[in-house]
Every structure is written in C-alpha cells, then in structure tokens.
Design a protein around this ligand. Sequence first.
Ligand SMILES: NC(=O)c1ccc[n+]([C@@H]2O[C@H](COP(=O)([O-])OP(=O)(O)OC[C@H]3O[C@@H](n4cnc5c(N)ncnc54)[C@H](OP(=O)(O)O)[C@@H]3O)[C@@H](O)[C@H]2O)c1
Length: 309
Amino acid sequence: MAPATFKLNTGQDIPALGLGTWQSPPGAVSAAVATALKDGYKLIDCAYCYGNEDEVGQGLKEGFASGVGRESVFVMTKAWCTYQTRVELALDKSLKSLGLDYVDLFLVHWPVAMNPEGNHDKFPTLPDGSRDIIRTHDHVATWKMMEKLLETGKTRAIGVCNYSKRYLEELLPHCTVVPAINQIENHPNLPQQEIVDLCNEKGIHVVAYSPFGSTGGPTMKAEPVVKIAEKKGISPSTVLLSYHVARGSTVLAKSTNPDRIKANMDIVDLDAYDMKLLTDHSEDLAKNNKLTRYVYPPFGVDFGFPDKS
Ligand SMILES: NC(=O)c1ccc[n+]([C@@H]2O[C@H](COP(=O)([O-])OP(=O)(O)OC[C@H]3O[C@@H](n4cnc5c(N)ncnc54)[C@H](OP(=O)(O)O)[C@@H]3O)[C@@H](O)[C@H]2O)c1
C-alpha cells in the first residue's frame, strides 16, 4: 500500500513516511537519499547537527536530476541548540548545504539554547564538562524568532521537536503561529500518549522518530511486535512503521541500506486487535515504569517528560 499523506495545520500535505538521516555517514547518506527519492520517498528529514547536510544535498540533487520534482518532496531540517539565538543563520546554513532555496518545514531541534560563543560549534561545554547552556534563554523566545522566519520565504512552515506536554503548554499561549508538527521519539516502548493527545487536540501533527528504537532496532524485539509480524507474515519493522500511520502520525525511518530503504516503504493496515496488543504492551510498560527512551542527549535539563522528570 502506498504511504498516505496527512494534512498539516498550514494546509500542506506531509507524507506518512520519511527517510531519516541521523547517524547516516556522510559517505553513504547521499546515495541513501537519492535511492529513497527514486524509490518514491517524498519526505527527507535532516538536521544541521547531523553533520551530513552537504551530502544530503548531493543526494537531493541526484534525485532531482533523475526527474523527481522539488515541489513533490517535503524537506525538513532543524535549528540546533547553539543556533537558537540566531535561527535565521541556522536556516541559511542548512539551505546552503542542502542546495535549496526553501525548506518545507523548519524545526526547533530541542527546546534548549546552548552558548553560540562557546568552545564548540555544536556541543560547547563548561570547564566541568557539562553542556554550556544559556539558562536564562526561554524556549518561547526561540519560537518568536521562528515565527519571523515565515516572512522570509525560506521555510514554508515551522515546528518543534522534543516538546513534552509541559513545554507545549508553556509555549502555546504565546504562539501567533501554532507549530505545524512536534517531532518526538515514538514507538510502542515509548508511546508518549499524553503528548500525542495534546497535539491532536491542538492541530499539531505528530512526527515519530526512532521507530525502531534507533541503533540496533531494540523495539523490533518487543513481544507484540514479533507476534503481529508472525501472524501477518510481515517484518517487525513493517509492524513498527504501520503502528504510527494507524495512529495518524508520520514516521521517520533511517537506513542507508538500499534493500531496507525499500522494505521500509511497506506500510500495512493494522486492525483494532493488533493496535490493542501494542497499546496494552505500552500500558503495561508504563505501569511497571519500564518505558524506554532511547534518545536523550545529556543536556542536564528537565524537558518535562514524565519518564525523565
Ligand atoms: N528530532 C530529533 O531530535 C530526532 C532524534 C532522533 C531521530 N530523529 C530522526 O528520526 C530518524 C529515525 O530515527 P533513528 O535514526 O534514531 O532510528 P530508527 O530509524 O529507529 O533506526 C535506525 C536503525 O535501524 C536500522 N534499520 C532501518 N530499517 C531497518 C529494517 N527494515 N530492518 C532492520 N533494521 C533496520 C538502521 O540500520 P541501517 O541503516 O543499516 O539499515 C539503523 O541502525 C533519524 O534518522 C532522524 O532523521 C530526530
């Protein structure tokens, strides 16, 4: 079944499936992006922080040269924490690397600002080794700068990543523009239902990252995932990707392997019984304090996630 699209609060269509590029080595990511576009992917997720946007740009160029139209591809990238006092510079740098004159969506990568004049472009540290964070910088101030970017035409929409319910509730009363999406870690081992529910209520589309639990694919071994895969004669990865589409979310899957890039396009319908198995599994983990967050950079900041607060 061809992946569907969802409607954003901006009126744009966003594909249900996208290619992730985090930890895709520069030497492999351009081929992965070009392959994905030729296979029919219409969404590419990037970030300045991933350190590979020049090569992602080469992959986009190759895809466009093969006949894929720029307008048919949804490209999103993110302002890293050291750029949250200068988001337009972040966007300019990404556009230059990607070889684009606009992105479809520009995101706040994490709601925390790090020192732009610290000892490292991406991960500045203090003498004690902790991250060099601007503790006085309010994440709402970053959002106000993001809103101004819409006037430049360099991005068609703006959104956030890694916003908990608490952070969203702090942000929303100050928004002139409601974020188009919230990109969060999401899978049956970390359903983050309270965020998904709030986003649905406020018209913010959820984009799920690390559906396989990132490196090593730990969520592929979850009991109901294996059970559903065996019953339907499909792979655990297909179950995990299809779970999000059934929840009304877009999902990002990273691979640099051509066979897996293609295989990940296989999204199937999960019925109410399968979804209940997955939801029961999540509720069971929640009850026993066993939810697992696989991606949690050591900022030393309480982002308001119940499993980490
Ligand atoms: N906003 C944020 O803060 C944030 C944070 C994390 C991730 N993201 C985005 O979300 C994307 C996806 O998340 P992720 O990269 O953390 O992890 P992921 O997509 O959950 O997992 C990637 C891992 O699964 C493997 N894999 C992919 N397809 C497979 C398949 N069909 N069967 C078996 N193994 C498979 C990949 O290896 P191979 O490459 O060898 O196939 C890789 O090791 C990222 O790349 C990034 O774009 C955003």
